[in-house]
Design a protein around this ligand. Structure first.
Ligand code: KIV
Ligand code: ZN
Length: 531
């Protein structure tokens, strides 16, 4: 393989992924995930959109300061406000990239930017030139490239290369393209754009028609050498190209693509679970590569084939993506070393203090549960990734259920608040979970609308832990939370406290509503809307 056979993996979980409803992360959580991404072997980490809000700025700055190994990148619009700010946020990164963008399609030019082709072209060039004053690694994205007139797209790309862009990105912003069309667009650009052989061609696909991964692979087949993607495919609407899928697609079908990435694929599964824990969501069981059923074979005929030779039905080995096949079970007599070994075998890298905290939670669980399975350990680790930054803490909880007439399910909760004071509240509801959420909302003075609630069993047996994932809207913003407990009502309460904490810490909702757009003409998008 030579340089041209290497595909750069550009991860935008912390920017495009984080922008989607229910996926917001605190700065500490972004930092934790950024370390995981660097350990996974991601080449570029897009840590945020520094000008979007003070919190985005802080997140980019902290990742730039503390995460080594990968190039750290910030998104910026092509203007004099965003670019210097992004450069400042990135200033302490060992390797940094400025990623500037402007929409080029007729529909965006007319309705969002109110700009002519000439104005867009001029802004793109000026943006890249300004970015080059701060950084030698500059990526330019033509937002909605796929719906841009081909000759105009080629003109813009030639001009930004001339202005100093080192990567040119071709986003399918609305998830509209197909593999054939993507192949044609990249091939045409390679023929028509002057200087294109000196830069990296990149692709950034959304999944509205379910083709983000296929379109990204088609772009690679046509000569793109950077793929922008997110863990678990999180992102606006139907999401972005899923990192684990595109990476395993390139690896498993290297006979077709003839390229490689620097990803350590054995870390894909732990990274996926870590993200799910951080944003408080489940990975669907049938999700390719990292879902619970991705390597499960139920049908008798499949099982028969698998026993004869795994390759009859298995194109990848679970261990290649970090799924462990151990049947080892831990229990209350297992010590620190056994736990630490298991954690390592499961592919997680925990610091000494994290291991110590995990051991305490493990002992507590092992007292309540005879056998502790791998899934329990993963859930305990995930619990440690959750949102414990406060300001609210759940101290105690009591519920009653009822059936028949006359009595309503009820709950009493005790919380510790931002000032350290205990608050107790009670409520009745349709069921014990409803009553708990209402009592917690009352205690914190919050109005909420529950959007979704899912509960599942983490492992087997009647003493299995329950995992709850809740999504709720508070003050117009959607938040997710996740909780695990052997009692499912308590799991829901833990998930809801994460939501309440995220909402009470979120300055973004206010910033988004009050911050004026620094740039005349551009969309009044500051923080939450997609570029
Ligand atoms: O989808 C998109 O067009 C983007 C760009 C800013 C790269 O996210
Ligand atoms: Zn995008």
């Amino acid at each position: 393989m030579n340089d041209n056979d290497r595909v750069v993996i550009f991860d935008t979980t912390l920017r495009d992924g984080e922008q989607s409803p229910g996926c917001s992360m605190s700065v500490a959580q972004k930092l934790r995930l950024a370390r995981t991404l660097a350990g996974l072997g991601v080449d570029v980490i897009e840590a945020g959109f520094a000008a979007a809000s003070p919190r985005d700025f802080d997140a980019v700055q902290e990742v730039a300061r503390q995460v080594e190994g990968a190039t750290i990148c910030s998104l910026a619009r092509c203007n004099n406000h965003d670019i210097p700010l992004a450069a400042r946020a990135l200033s302490s990164a060992k390797k940094r990239r400025l990623h500037v963008f402007i929409a080029t399609s007729p529909i965006h030019r007319r309705h969002k930017l109110n700009m002519s082709r000439a104005e867009v072209l001029q802004r793109a060039v000026a943006g890249v030139r300004l970015a080059r004053e701060f950084c030698k690694d500059v990526e330019f994205s033509a937002e909605d490239a796929i719906r841009t007139e081909p000759e105009f797209l080629a003109e813009v790309m030639s001009a930004v290369i001339e202005a100093g862009a080192t990567t040119i990105n071709v986003p399918d912003t609305v998830g509209y393209t197909t593999p054939d069309e993507m192949h044609r667009i990249i091939s045409t650009l390679r023929e028509q754009v002057s200087g294109i052989e000196q830069v990296v061609i990149s692709t950034h696909c959304h999944n509205d028609l379910g083709m983000a991964v296929a379109n990204s692979l088609a772009a690679v087949a046509a000569g793109a050498r950077q793929v922008e993607c997110t863990i678990n495919g999180i992102g606006e609407r139907a999401g972005n190209c899923a990192l684990e899928e595109v990476v395993m697609g390139l690896k498993t079908r290297s006979d077709l693509f003839g390229v490689s990435t620097a990803i350590d694929t054995r870390k894909l599964y732990p990274a996926s679970r870590q993200l799910a824990a951080i944003i408080g969501s489940f990975v669907p069981a049938n999700k390719a590569i990292v879902g619970d059923n991705a390597f499960a074979h139920e049908a008798g005929i499949h099982q028969h084939g698998m026993l004869a030779n795994r390759e009859t039905y298995e194109i990848m080995r679970p261990e290649d993506v970090g799924i462990s096949r151990s049947t080892l079970v831990l229990g209350k007599h297992s010590g620190r070393h056994a736990l630490a070994d298991r954690v390592r075998e499961l592919g997680f890298e925990l610091a000494e203090t994290e291991l110590e905290q995990l051991f305490v939670r493990f002992k507590d669980l092992a007292d309540r549960k005879r056998q502790v399975f791998d899934a329990d350990i993963e859930a305990l680790i995930a619990g440690g990734q959750g949102d414990r930054a406060g300001p609210w803490q759940l101290v105690g909880l009591q519920t009653t259920s009822s059936m028949g007439q006359g009595q309503l399910p009820s709950a009493a909760v005790a919380l510790r608040g931002p000032d350290g004071q205990s608050v107790t509240e009670a409520a009745t509801g349709d069921g014990p979970v409803d009553a708990v959420l209402k009592a917690m909302a009352r205690a914190t003075g919050t109005e909420f609308e529950l959007i979704s609630m899912r509960v599942r069993s983490v492992s087997e047996g009647e003493d299995a832990q329950g995992e709850a994932a809740l999504t709720a809207r508070i003050d117009g913003t959607q938040y997710s939370g996740r909780g695990v407990d052997t009692d499912i009502v308590a799991a829901c309460a833990k998930a809801f406290i994460e939501i309440l904490n995220r909402a009470s810490r979120n300055p973004r909702a206010d910033v988004t509503r009050s911050s004026p757009d620094p740039v005349a003409h551009e969309a009044p998008r500051v923080a939450t809307a997609h570029p």
